[in-house]
Design a binder for this molecule. Structure first.
Ligand SMILES: [Zn+2]
Length: 451
């Protein structure tokens, strides 16, 4: 039989034909992952807790207590990394004044997100990847600006993960830009993330993905007490929140309800995170967030960007949003002693692997289209090389329509492919691949080129 797949190498995703797992790690990323330190993460959390409260409503000018002091310390760390970065990393406070909103802001406040921008080295590549945590904390009453609100896990965990990523990743260069941000005002209504998302729209930022890290360093729930530091949840929306009405027809016609931007990012984080981090399973949650809770990825999703939330597997609600107290022998409050820093190290590593692999990858292929001009039991697609980045080739991804993850990848150096699998029965996508094997985010075909 003449092969319908000239020059193609079939790789069963994650498994060889003998059933062994194939792990192809980029040594540069592996080396960065190894540098993440549970001790550094712990020391940073202890320091954050030492500011007493990081309530967004707390003091902004007191040098030792309150959110202002915490911001100044984080900025100082970012500046320290910037000094060693050979000019690649820039650190600054992005400040604005917030007026009372009649809800969770009762008087004008000086707000600031702490930013560190690792500028991409390819002038043709305008992609931006953002990793975020929120530096503010709270107790039972969200308007309480005085009481101690240690916020060790919510969201000291996400904040120190972002800092550790900035520390390690700023020592390398990447073609695309990575922004490390610790935002303010999450507990008062996602205010810092909302401010940043508005700015990104106004300034036309090409954000390809945002990873929001919020509550990711504790290993047991308040109900079961089973220790579980081997699973991390990634939340991603299904139907896009942005311009849903415009997209819904195509989504219905082609069955793309499980293939929005955020879902693609979640799958990518699962594949790449598990490739680099041992003893960790990434659990995809097919919803934007948990019940009764919100997160900083949502303002970005609402503006049309792809964004996901990373959170620990089992939450302990006695340790979140609680006044520090003991009641009937039960200790309440968000303290570092309830955290698992080895677990936080692994969850930080998932971020590092995903961000580094994305920022090292070429851009996604352009103008991918699928031939739907006739009935048939094969699938033909074609595309153009990416606008930026050196490409070794492309992975064509394939899965059955009812499967959550990509099942097969076909490698090709060509910019077209015909596969002996019916377009009616599978989903397809294409990724660009760099010389080192770093994959871009996959793109789905715009259905409809005609031969
Ligand atoms: Zn939080």
């Amino acid at each position: 039989m003449k092969s319908i797949l000239p020059g193609l190498l079939l790789v069963l995703l994650g498994y060889s034909t003998s059933g062994q797992t194939i792990v192809n790690r980029d040594p540069a990323i592996e080396n960065m992952v190894r540098q993440i330190s549970a001790d550094t993460l712990r020391a940073y959390v202890d320091k954050l807790v030492s500011f007493g409260t990081r309530s967004t409503l707390s003091a902004t000018t007191d040098p030792v207590r309150g959110i202002g002091a915490a911001r100044t310390w984080i900025l100082g760390k970012f500046q320290e990394y910037a000094k060693k970065s050979g000019g690649r990393l820039t650190a600054f406070l992005d400040s604005w004044t917030l007026q009372p909103d009649g809800k969770r802001v009762d008087k004008p406040i000086e707000m600031a997100n702490v930013m560190a921008v690792l500028k991409g080295t390819d002038p043709l590549d305008n992609r931006i990847y953002i990793v975020s945590g929120h530096l503010d904390s709270r107790v039972s009453n969200v308007m309480n600006r005085e009481s101690d609100a240690p916020g060790a896990n919510d969201d000291g965990s996400g904040t120190v993960a972002v800092m550790e990523l900035a520390r390690i990743m700023s020592e390398s260069s990447f073609p695309a830009t990575i922004i490390f941000v610790t935002v303010s005002g999450e507990e008062q209504g996602l205010l810092g993330a909302g401010y940043l998302a508005d700015k990104a729209v106004k300034e036309n930022w090409n954000i390809e993905a945002l990873l929001n890290n919020d509550i990711m360093g504790s290993n047991h729930s308040n109900e079961t007490n089973i220790i579980d530091n081997t699973r991390l949840r990634v939340f991603s929306e299904g139907l896009p929140a942005f311009e849903t009405d415009k997209k819904v027809n195509a989504i219905r016609q082609f069955g793309f309800e499980n293939d929005g931007k955020s879902r693609q990012i979640a799958r990518y984080v699962k594949e790449v995170g598990e490739r680099y981090v041992d003893h960790l399973e990434i659990v995809l949650i097919y919803r934007n967030d948990r019940f009764l809770r919100g997160g900083d990825h949502t303002p970005f999703i609402n503006k049309g960007f792809g964004a996901v939330r990373l959170s620990e597997m089992n939450e302990n609600f006695l340790h979140q949003h609680q006044d520090l107290r003991v009641e009937n022998g039960v200790e309440y409050g968000d303290l570092a002693k309830f955290m698992d820093f080895e677990y936080l190290r692994k969850n930080t590593a998932v971020n590092l692997a995903s961000l580094a692999n994305l920022a090292k990858s070429p851009q996604s292929p352009q103008d991918l289209s699928m031939d739907v001009s006739g009935l048939g039991n094969s699938t033909s697609m074609r595309w153009k090389a990416p606008a930026a980045g050196k490409v070794k080739g492309y992975y064509v991804l394939m899965r059955e329509t009812a499967m959550p993850y990509w099942q097969k990848k076909f490698f090709t150096t060509d910019t077209k492919i015909t596969l002996p699998y019916s377009k009616d029965n599978y989903f397809f996508a294409v990724q660009s691949v760099s010389e080192e094997g770093n994959e871009s985010l996959p793109v789905l075909p715009k259905v409809g080129f005609r031969n």
